[in-house]
Design a protein around this ligand. Structure first.
Ligand code: F0G
Length: 418
């Protein structure tokens, strides 16, 4: 295959054919997908003009920088992307500007559709029959939807039993995936997925598959396009397995290399306190990753103790002069309530980014003069139990208690304070 794009090891830089099914280098480390950007985008200015005129859906619009090698007829899309960028500065005027990129407004209600349009389309292109992932609930929902949409692929999802929301579980089974619950945590499921795909001809679609990372780059690229390529000072993003922060960084680096942006933002990765191996490692200058037994958190999608994309994330955080922070359960739920109340329904994992942005502002790491974009990774409707529980408890700072009355006009008048 004579393709200008190829896999390259992030450590020893050994190269491999992109059309080979491969997730790691022979040395054991992760792979990047490297594109010859000068070949695909010889005139970046002209490319940007084409983007402005394009009526294509997001992945197809940015395909030259995401996955130029895939033929259009192999694409499987649910018309993901083109998600809103909300400016909420009027409610949070401590920031010069704060915007939320709401990836929960994708077809399966999370950012995972961005990676799956690339990953599942690539599996389709390679002629795979079975695709598999381990998941805390959103990857599985997205993979199940895209495999459901294909004519030939069978989706298999491995889920940590009892650790994902009922809505996320409903997505996997309704979209028709073979759904397997396992008495373990996400890290345990991830280990099994790696074992089964090394023994059998089943295509792995977790974010350690670097084709998926290429699709996820679209989140940052689309945000900057919406901002007319004006670069914010900070991108703030929740971190679990660390694929998304790696994708964000890689996409931004490539835009910078092409000269489409002329400034680099800073990246802030935020974790839930009980599952914060990256934040701990950051405090030790990234000397080493000490895997944790991830503790239960309302941000269950990022309850991950041994992030697979750790090394890629560290590379991006160093390159973008980044910062890693963790937030408490109260911070997560209180900030979720405050964002939800704006009519912008976010999940607890997204709220980790919002709470993190506020914390970094309070620590004077994010300055008063900074423009901030926080990535909201999934929709609140995927986690309705956590919202109902929060609002039922009067002890919670921003709770909105339901009033129960008998069917009587005077009781209703009392309830309305009339
Ligand atoms: N936010 C949500 C809603 C997620 O579902 C995830 C990860 C993340 C943030 C963190 O992204 O792992 O790339 O650092 N969910 C995966 C899953 C693990 O299986 O759905 P990350």
């Amino acid at each position: 295959m004579n393709d200008p794009s190829f896999f390259q090891c992030i450590s020893c830089f050994k190269k491999y054919d992109l059309h080979e099914i491969r997730y790691r280098c022979d040395c054991g480390d992760l792979l990047d997908v490297i594109h010859d950007l000068e070949y695909y985008i010889p005139n970046p200015k002209k490319w940007v003009e084409c983007l402005n005129l394009s009526k294509d859906y997001s992945f197809k619009r940015y395909k030259k920088i995401l996955l130029p090698s895939i033929p259009e007829e192999s694409l499987i899309t649910l018309f993901e992307g083109d998600t809103p960028l909300y400016d909420i500065t009027d409610r949070f005027p401590q920031f010069k500007k704060i915007m939320l990129k709401h990836e929960g407004m994708n077809p399966t209600l999370s950012f995972k559709d961005r990676g799956m349009v690339a990953g599942v389309s690539w599996a389709n292109y390679l002629g795979c029959k079975n695709i598999i992932c381990a998941s805390t609930g959103d990857t599985s929902a997205a993979m199940a939807a895209f495999s459901g949409s294909s004519k030939t692929l069978r989706g298999i999802v491995l889920l940590p039993k009892g650790k994902i929301s009922p809505e996320q579980l409903a997505q996997a089974i309704s979209y028709g995936a073979l759904t397997i619950g396992i008495e373990t945590d996400f890290d345990g499921c991830m280990k099994l997925v790696q074992e089964i795909t090394s023994k059998h001809n089943i295509y792995l679609l977790n974010s350690m598959n670097s084709i998926r990372i290429e699709g996820q780059k679209a989140i940052g690229i689309e945000t900057l396009h919406q901002l007319n390529w004006n670069v914010p000072d900070w991108f703030v993003i929740p971190v679990g397995n660390a694929g998304n922060i790696s994708a964000l960084g890689k996409g931004l680096r490539e835009l910078y290399t092409l000269g489409i942006i002329n400034k680099l933002p800073r990246l802030a990765g935020i974790q839930a306190e009980g599952s914060s191996p990256l934040a701990h490692s950051f405090k030790n200058n990234f000397n080493e990753l000490i895997p944790q037994k991830a503790k239960s958190t309302k941000a269950s999608a990022i309850q991950i103790g041994n992030p697979v994309s750790y090394k890629k994330a560290v590379r991006e955080i160093k390159y973008f002069n980044g910062y890693v922070e963790s937030v408490t359960e109260n911070e997560i739920m209180d900030w979720k309530a405050q964002v939800d109340k704006l009519g912008i329904s976010i999940c607890p994992n997204s709220s980790v980014a919002m709470a993190g942005a506020i914390k970094l502002y309070d620590k004077n790491i994010i300055k008063k003069t900074d423009n901030v974009v926080a990535i909201m990774t999934a929709h609140g409707s995927k986690f309705s139990n956590t919202a109902v529980e929060y609002h039922q408890d009067s002890e919670n700072k921003f709770s909105n208690l339901i009033k129960f009355i008998s069917p009587d006009i005077s009781n209703l008048e009392n309830a309305l304070n009339l």
